[in-house]
Design a protein around this ligand. Sequence first.
Ligand SMILES: NC(=O)c1ccc[n+]([C@@H]2O[C@H](COP(=O)([O-])OP(=O)(O)OC[C@H]3O[C@@H](n4cnc5c(N)ncnc54)[C@H](OP(=O)(O)O)[C@@H]3O)[C@@H](O)[C@H]2O)c1
Length: 332
Amino acid sequence: MNSQQIVLASRPKGMPTVGNFRFENVELDEMQDNEITVEGLFYSVDPYMRGRMNDAKSYVAPFQIDQPIEGAVVAKVTASKSDNFKTGDVVMGRLSWRVNTITNGKGLYKIDTTVAPSSYYLGILGMTGLTAYFGLTDIGKPKAGETVVVSGAAGAVGMVVGQIAKIYGCRVIGIAGTDKKIKMLKEDLGFDEVINYKTTKNIKEAVAQSCPKGVDVYFDNVGGEISDAVIANINFNARIVLCGQISLYNSTEVPVGPRLQPMLLTRSVLMQGFIIGNYESHFPKGMEQLGQWVKQGKLKSTETILNGFDKLPTALLGLFKGENTGKMIVEA
Ligand SMILES: NC(=O)c1ccc[n+]([C@@H]2O[C@H](COP(=O)([O-])OP(=O)(O)OC[C@H]3O[C@@H](n4cnc5c(N)ncnc54)[C@H](OP(=O)(O)O)[C@@H]3O)[C@@H](O)[C@H]2O)c1
């Protein structure tokens, strides 16, 4: 069987380009006993993939040159010699960026497409939804009446963080990069205020104005100057959830910012980083809660879906240019 795949052609310096990827045709080995053939339906692109393009030690191994990129994929079983899967099952898991794949099915689980559209399992009912849920509730510990600020607010993680904070009875301020995103967050998702960091001259003042009682929880998806501006407004006993630093992922030098430690110290602030994998044993509980909120209409999802397997590199690069509203997905 023949399949198309996308491999890492070269490692980027700074912002990646489509030239860092290469499309190839491959001949797949015959499907053996206990194996299945799957065809990709929806492919997730995520900011952490940028880190995997570097040859650097991290919590996930780097992609290898001339080897396929891999990520979360929703796929359909098209043939099966396994007792665990049958033809027609829809599965989700970590797979190579290939149109067709032959696998033993390890790490794939069946999804119930009657509960929600299958693409939701890459976003609101998948890794990004769980990241928002566990980061906010376990580290942010929001209480009713508190002020929660979230950066990267119109992205896959951010849009869920803001909505969960509203469920907890908080005042929610988002920070995002376009007026269209701001309108969506306020009108569709119920955010109280949203700051456009690209058109606001003084973000520190804008945060102060939007948060007259200061910031109790800051869910940080972006880092850099946006975070410096939010942290300048941080309250006594506040919690900072260090989820992502996307503004720095393409930096070739470590930028110098203000020294934050004296402020964190004098205001007794907790700042904690986390990786969603830390919560793996709690995923079923998180999925159940997110699913319930989605069913009850308390949690809404927005997706940006690009059509065509060939759009995968463009979609990944688009994350760093703010081209997505909500979860960025490629439909094959
Ligand atoms: N800790 C974990 O386990 C974990 C898990 C998942 C994700 N994350 C992190 O969480 C963050 C959000 O991930 P996601 O999947 O939800 O991505 P996303 O927010 O859906 O997509 C990225 C968004 O980031 C914004 N952005 C890009 N460059 C920026 C910059 N220089 N300054 C400010 N904003 C910028 C863009 O929106 P604008 O138009 O608003 O600029 C873009 O749409 C990322 O940093 C990611 O690495 C961490």
